[in-house]
Structure formats: C-alpha cells, structure tokens
Write a protein that binds this ligand. Sequence first.
Ligand SMILES: Nc1ncnc2c1ncn2[C@@H]1O[C@H](COP(=O)(O)OP(=O)(O)OP(=O)(O)O)[C@@H](O)[C@H]1O
Ligand SMILES: [Mg+2]
Length: 148
Amino acid sequence: MEKILLAVDGSEASMKAVDEAIKFANAFKAEVDLVSVVYEQPVFLAPGAITLPNLAETRKGILDTVLEATSDMVGHLANRFKENGLKVNTLVIQGKPAEEIIRLANDGSYNLVILGSRGLSGVKGYLLGSVSNKVANSVKTTVLIVRQ
Ligand SMILES: Nc1ncnc2c1ncn2[C@@H]1O[C@H](COP(=O)(O)OP(=O)(O)OP(=O)(O)O)[C@@H](O)[C@H]1O
Ligand SMILES: [Mg+2]
C-alpha cells in the first residue's frame, strides 16, 4: 500500500496541504501518517529573574497545553480523512520540526511527503519557510509542497 507523510502546523498552507493529501490518498488508495511537531523554545533569563522551580513549572504547563492543543488539531484533521474512508494515523512529536519530519520521512516507507510552503511564522518575502526548505532539500522521498 502507498503511504503518505503529511506534516501540519495549523497554518493556512498546511491546511491546503491537508486538502491535497485527501485528494492524493483517495487517488492512490494511500494510508496517511499525519504528524505535527511541538518545539519547546529555549528560554534565556537573567539570573534571579524568576526562581527555578517556578520556571520549570511554567514551562511544563505551557508545553502540556501546546501538546494538548496539537493533539486536538491532528485528531480533528484526522477525522476529515476518516470521513473520506481513508486510513490515517496521527503523530504528535516533540523536537525540532524540520529534523523530526526529515527523520520520519527517511526512516519510514513513505511514497510521498506533503507539506505547506509556508507556516505559522509571519515572516514574508520567501516562497518557502525553513521547514519546507530543509525537508525539500534533505528527504529522499518525493515531496509535494503546497502553496499558500
Ligand atoms: N511544527 C511543525 N510540525 C509539522 N509540520 C510543520 C511544522 N512546522 C512547519 N511544518 C510544515 O512545513 C510547512 C512550512 O512551514 P515553515 O515552518 O517552513 O514556514 P514558516 O513558519 O513560514 O517559516 P519559519 O518557521 O522558517 O519561520 C508548513 O505548512 C507545514 O506543512
Ligand atoms: Mg514555521
């Protein structure tokens, strides 16, 4: 069976990537792995700005909230595949987005990787974001980049 890896970050372009993935999965009777990567930003603070136990607690609270929201998002998107009679698996991974997507794409037995051209960062001026750029440059699989 054909397998598609679809990477989503909740952005407009990644939602268009979902639409394309549904079309491709239908056409090729493919199974879809839907992945979203949660990146915990490092925090740099002046010593004494906040006590360490509080910082650890706050960071964990934020991470848990983001992980939960991300799980909700991929679960919600997975339903769209199921409604179309398609087989879908959801993955929420912690790490650096490009690294994790590349690792998955090169480890797995995927026939196609689908992602959006741009993501959540508001920076304009480039056609590709750093994640789509790195993935397109580093995976052995065929990549479909869906424009915003
Ligand atoms: N955390 C993530 N998890 C899964 N897929 C992601 C993630 N971040 C980006 N992507 C995928 O990569 C596509 C391009 O996003 P990218 O992050 O490269 O652009 P950007 O946010 O505009 O720029 P940058 O992040 O480099 O500032 C998204 O549409 C999405 O498909
Ligand atoms: Mg991004």
